[in-house]
Design a protein around this ligand. Structure first.
Ligand SMILES: [Zn+2]
Length: 83
């Protein structure tokens, strides 16, 4: 009889990425699965590798730019009202 009491699964390994926004220098932490990070580093698209992350979190990993700065940098061109 086995009296093992195994708890928890070992295959879901979360790894924390510390990412510093290159624009506003804010430090953010993004949690991803280790195997997903490996897939990304091997060439997988971020949106496929990290489907559970928000667009902002993915942008941090891809470009080192936080969501707020991303919005500023890639905001639609200013519409100049002629007046
Ligand atoms: Zn930023």
């Amino acid at each position: 009889m086995a009296g093992e009491d195994q708890e928890g699964e070992g295959y879901m390994t979360v790894t924390k990425l510390d990412v510093k926004c290159m624009s506003c220098k804010a430090e953010k932490t993004v949690e991803v699965q280790r195997q997903d990070l490996k897939a990304y580093e091997e060439g997988a698209h971020a949106q496929h590798a990290f489907p559970y992350l928000s667009a902002d979190e993915r942008e941090l990993i891809i470009s080192n730019i936080c969501g707020e700065c991303f919005d500023k940098i890639f905001a639609d061109e200013d519409e100049e009202d002629e007046g």
